[in-house]
Write a new protein. Structure first.
Length: 127
C-alpha cells in the first residue's frame, strides 16, 4: 500500500473522530472537536482529506457522511508504528512495558494469559 500524504494536527483530529465513529457528518465531527473551528473550516478540512485519499464521502440527503478509506486495522498498525518510532525508538519491549503499567490495577488472569499466548504465537512465527 502506498504511503498516504501526511496530516496536519487538525486533519489528524478529524481522522481520529471519524475512526472512532466509523463514519460521520461535518456537524458530528465539529460537535466532538475540542476548540472547534468554524463549520466552513471543518468542511474545508474534510475536502482536503478526501482529496488526499484519507476519506470517502457518500451523499445521504441532506448531508455527506465521511468514512475512512483505510481500514481500522491498517490505521491502527500505522499509528502504532508511528508511536513506536516516535516515543520508544522502535522498541516493542518499551511500548509493552508502558502499556502494562497504564492500568490502575494489575492485569487479570485472562488478560495475562491472552498476552502470553500472543507472545508465544509471535515467537513461533519468528516475530
Amino acid at each position: 500500500m502506498a504511503e498516504m500524504p501526511p496530516l496536519s494536527r487538525r486533519e489528524r483530529q478529524v481522522m481520529d473522530i471519524i475512526h472512532e465513529l466509523g463514519g460521520a457528518t461535518a456537524v458530528q465531527i465539529r460537535e466532538r472537536m475540542s476548540d472547534p473551528p468554524t463549520d466552513s473550516a471543518v468542511r474545508s478540512v474534510l475536502r482536503i482529506l478526501v482529496r488526499k485519499g484519507h476519506l470517502a464521502k457518500e451523499y445521504d440527503a441532506p448531508r455527506y457522511v465521511y468514512t475512512p478509506r483505510i481500514p481500522a486495522g491498517a490505521a491502527r498498525r500505522s499509528a502504532m508504528r508511528h508511536v513506536l518510532k516516535t516515543f520508544f525508538g522502535g522498541s516493542v519491549e518499551g511500548a509493552v512495558a508502558t502499556l502494562i503499567t497504564l492500568e490502575d490495577g494489575p492485569l487479570d488472569d485472562d488478560e495475562r494469559e491472552r498476552i502470553m499466548r500472543m507472545i508465544a504465537e509471535a515467537s513461533e512465527e519468528g516475530r
